[in-house]
Design a protein around this ligand. Structure first.
Ligand code: GLN
Length: 495
């Protein structure tokens, strides 16, 4: 029998209901695993064992009373960009060191209502800006499949803890790829919902027209279970949708015979690792074997996604981060004048990548440049969205890589921002178009580093993603439960 921390959410939920285990036992098993793997992985800025055990005891009482929601008593982790009442929320920045929100984010509240157990707040790139979690001002998170390599980013801690077994699921945020790319690099399932599917209220804003919260889990169905808990209208986020939330778990198990899948020509580029391309092509063949039809499609404006994102995102960053002035938020630095105090606070509190983006955005929005950069980028964004609209007239979903490479070594891209930005070439376009995307493990390279398959669906068609990904997962052996032996942490000294 597998260890308790290795169960899926579904298996654990059954074991809790038949009384085979208690949530306190389950939580203790996860906390023990966390203690065994954290020295190597460093996924958490702050583990919360006391909160977890108190939550588990409360969950046990609720389970005994009957009629508890599926996530009741299940240990999960939150990216440290998501507000947790009374629990430090740093955004990976010194600017918010010691900040304890007086409220819970909407998604946190949803999980609390479901009776989940919080095991900790996970590491991330500072203010979610990065693709490797290396811009965190707290610590370096390691990839559990390759401790010399990054876990991806910006939600690197959330991906790594699920891969390592120190949480059953976690939440991340995805602005340009920050759930999908780390899911790919850490060999777990990660999904970014349609923009507006999940409330952003209480999630520290990076680029508001792009940010979405979404789950990481070890299986597709577990991921579906978490999204079901998060999705839906919240009056406090005007962009959240009141569309009914379908049962995403029911979509897992639907036959994919007859579905049409598009393989975009522009997503197979020079510079992508051969092992990645081979795994993606093999995955497409596998899906065809399950009865889907694959057709080549074109998304002609794909190459403009990266420059468009790197105008729109910094513009929104420069506006959103203006509030961190050391007065209302932040760690104040004294100065002779108010302006000097602001400047010193922002100079000391923000790291280099954050400052770079604030400066880029402020420049692009300045009088005289606004039309040439920001307005033009918005027009190109529309063209990118139209590419997808046209493609979805022909196909039910798009199948493509999530990242051009597997996990890369620490430091490999830190001195070259453009190389780092290129990590997201395959995720940015769907973000700009507001589309849902899901990454499911689809192979390993020669060094046993995971490779992820990205699926993209039309707006509000998350069900299609779960349907296709689940069928793929069930017919292959790439998912984490079957590949634990490849983990390089927590194996009694194997790290
Ligand atoms: N890596 C991308 C960036 O640095 C995406 C980040 C994100 O999705 N939060 O902006």
């Amino acid at each position: 029998m597998s260890e308790m921390y290795e169960l899926t959410i579904e298996q654990a939920a059954i074991a809790l209901r038949v009384g085979a285990i208690s949530s306190v036992e389950l939580t203790q098993a996860v906390l023990d695993r966390l203690a065994a793997t954290e020295p190597a992985v460093a996924a958490f800025i702050e583990p919360t064992p006391e909160v977890a055990l108190a939550g588990a005891a409360a969950a046990d009482a609720r389970l005994r009373a009957g009629d508890a929601p599926l996530l009741c008593g299940i240990p999960g982790a939150l990216k440290d960009l998501i507000a947790t009442r009374g629990i430090q929320t740093t955004a990976g920045s010194q600017m918010l060191k010691g900040y304890r929100p007086i409220y819970d984010a909407h998604v946190t509240q949803r999980l609390i209502d479901a009776g989940y157990v919080l095991v900790g707040k996970t590491n991330l790139d500072e203010f979610a800006m990065g693709s490797s979690t290396e811009t965190s001002s707290y610590q370096t998170t390691r990839n559990p499949f390759c401790p010399d390599c990054v876990p991806g980013g910006s939600s690197g801690g959330s991906a790594a803890c699920v891969a390592a077994g120190s949480a059953f699921f976690s939440l991340g945020t995805d602005t340009g790829g920050s759930i999908r790319q780390p899911a790919s690099l850490c060999g777990v399932v990660g999904m970014k919902p349609t923009y507006g599917r999940v409330s952003r209220w209480g999630v520290i804003a990076m680029a508001s027209s792009l940010d979405q919260v979404g789950p990481f889990a070890r299986t597709v169905k577990d991921c579906a279970a978490v999204l079901e808990c998060l999705a839906g209208r919240d009056e406090r986020d005007a962009t959240s949708s009141s569309r009914a939330v379908p049962s995403y778990r029911e979509a897992c198990g639907r036959d994919i015979a007859g579905l049409k899948l598009g393989v975009p020509r522009e997503y197979f580029i020079d510079g992508m690792e051969p092992a990645v391309e081979q795994s993606i092509r093999a995955a497409v063949a596998q899906l065809e074997g399950l009865g889907a039809t694959a057709v080549e499609i074109s998304l002609p404006h794909t190459s403009y996604a990266l420059p468009t994102y790197y105008i729109i995102m910094p513009c929104e960053v420069s506006a959103n981060l203006a509030r961190f002035d050391g007065i209302r938020y932040g760690v104040p630095q004294p100065g002779e004048t108010m302006w000097e105090a602001y400047a010193k606070t922002r100079g000391a509190g923000f790291g280099a990548e954050v400052k770079r983006r604030i400066m880029l955005g402020t420049y692009a929005l300045s009088a005289g440049y606004h039309d040439a950069y920001y307005v033009r980028a918005q027009k190109v964004r529309t063209l990118i969205k139209q590419d997808f609209d046209q493609a979805f007239e022909q196909v039910d979903a798009i199948v493509c890589p999530a990242s051009p490479t597997t996990a890369f070594p620490f430091g490999a891209k830190m001195d070259d921002p453009i190389q780092m930005y290129l990590s997201d070439v395959f995720t940015l376009a769907a973000s700009l178009a507001g589309l849902p995307g899901l990454v499911v493990p689809c192979g390993f390279d020669a060094a046993s580093k995971p490779i992820g398959l990205q699926l993209i669906a039309p707006h509000w068609r998350e069900e299609t993603l779960f349907q296709v990904a689940h069928a793929f997962e069930q017919s292959t052996s790439w998912s984490q439960p079957q590949n634990r032996h490849r983990l390089r942490v927590g194996q009694g000294g194997a790290q």
